[in-house]
Design a protein. Structure first.
Length: 278
């Protein structure tokens, strides 16, 4: 499959792709590149499932009533924000060929059946353990760490902790830094590297890597115990998720579908038509 992004860039936290410890980015991805990269990771088994972040199905389970509805789940969610490029069509065809499934339980997730247990734990943590509004940054980072490792098992700790530093730890310092130094972390720095240099001079970087990370690791034990204690609930959740799953199906003969401009045009017409179905 020929994609713009030849190599999967594993990113647990959106918008922090390729960020390094010092706040510099190895490469910048635009919104469409990020979208393609996430699916490319899925197809190459570097991500165990794909979560549709634009889904508005969080509190509904009234899908899968008809074949037309299943068509909409399979196709329109992939690219309803950007339109369908040739790369998107290739990805859709590959998802069908490789026998992926979609579940519409409290969101939309694409996965392979062999990874269902990881997906179930991820959804359980997200819905019943994680509190995005919590002021406990240790708890929050530990939960995100655990969810990230479930989805991206090969992501390195160094990469993940760098992403957690800028996405969560820095945010927890905003009020403290403003009171102590009269500096607004969200406005007074032109880039993450400048922010990192300032925090390093003030001792916050050293504290993070010498203290905070170990507190996060300790809290992970609490999360693992919670998952073990809640095994019966997780098993019931698995049943619900599987019941709300369907095989990814474009209703095309993908074995005979070649990547020609004419076929791309025909498939795009079908996708745009299905996308308008309410």
């Amino acid at each position: 499959m020929d994609n713009k992004i030849k190599k999967c860039i594993i990113c647990a936290i959106p918008n922090y792709e390729t960020i390094q410890k010092n706040g510099k980015f190895k490469k910048y991805l635009n919104i469409n590149d990020k979208h393609l990269n996430n699916l490319y990771c899925l197809l190459n088994n570097e991500s165990l499932f794909y979560e549709e972040i634009y889904s508005d199905c969080n509190d509904t389970n009234d899908t899968n009533d008809t074949n037309d509805t299943n068509d909409t789940n399979d196709i329109s969610y992939i690219q309803h924000k950007f339109g369908y490029s040739n790369d998107d069509i290739k990805i859709l065809l590959e998802l069908e060929k490789k026998k992926f499934y979609i579940t519409s339980y409290k969101g939309i997730y694409t996965y392979k059946p062999k990874n269902i247990n990881k997906l179930v734990e991820y959804i359980y943590i997200k819905r019943f353990i994680h509190d995005s509004k919590s002021n406990n940054v240790i708890k929050k980072m530990a939960e995100i760490y655990k969810m990230s490792k479930l989805r991206y098992p090969t992501i390195s700790d160094s990469t993940l902790y760098s992403q957690l530093f800028f996405a969560y730890y820095v945010q927890s310092l905003v009020d403290e830094i403003e009171k102590k130094y009269g500096i607004d972390l969200t406005l007074d720095f032109s880039n993450f590297n400048e922010l990192y240099i300032f925090l390093k001079k003030k001792g916050y970087v050293n504290k993070y890597y010498k203290e905070i990370i170990y507190q996060v690791k300790d809290y992970l034990k609490i999360i693992d115990k919670k998952l073990k204690d809640d095994k019966n609930k997780i098993d019931k959740l698995k049943i619900q998720i599987v019941e709300d799953s369907t095989r990814f199906n474009l209703k095309l003969d993908t074995k005979k579908t070649s990547y020609t401009n004419e076929n791309f045009k025909l498939i795009k017409e079908k996708l745009e038509k299905i996308k308008t179905i309410k």
